[in-house]
Design a protein. Structure first.
Length: 119
């Protein structure tokens, strides 16, 4: 019987059970695959509550995403409209405007909630 994970011991036991299940050849839509899926959701909920991952710094997120997409800072200038604006933003001298946030979200697929944070 699956139950919510309420403490570290239950969390560790759930992780061990997931590990054990993942070592098996599980058939889709079986009781075992359902157990694995539900345990994974319970573990994720526990981790989100007890081990939250902080949002990245907006400027670091932009730089990281450019790197991931094999784009240069010149490409960022094209997105934002002006070369000097790009430099001011990446140096922290200028804050992102709402229009810039919208463009970055559209072009780089960075969530707006990351870009609107204070930095």
């Amino acid at each position: 019987m699956l139950k919510p994970i309420r403490n570290e011991q239950q969390y560790e036991e759930a992780l061990l059970r997931v590990y054990t299940l993942m070592q098996k050849d599980i058939k889709p839509d079986s009781k075992t695959s359902d157990e694995l899926e539900i345990l994974s959701m319970l573990i994720k909920a526990y981790e989100n509550e007890h081990y939250p991952v902080p949002q990245p710094n907006p400027l670091e997120a932009i730089k990281f995403r450019l790197e991931q997409m094999n784009m240069s800072e010149a490409d960022l200038s094209e997105i934002l409209g002006h070369r000097s604006r790009k430099s001011e933003i990446l140096s922290g001298k200028r804050k992102l405007s709402l229009a810039m946030i919208r463009k970055l979200t559209e072009k780089l697929h960075i969530p707006a909630e990351v870009l609107i944070q204070a930095y």
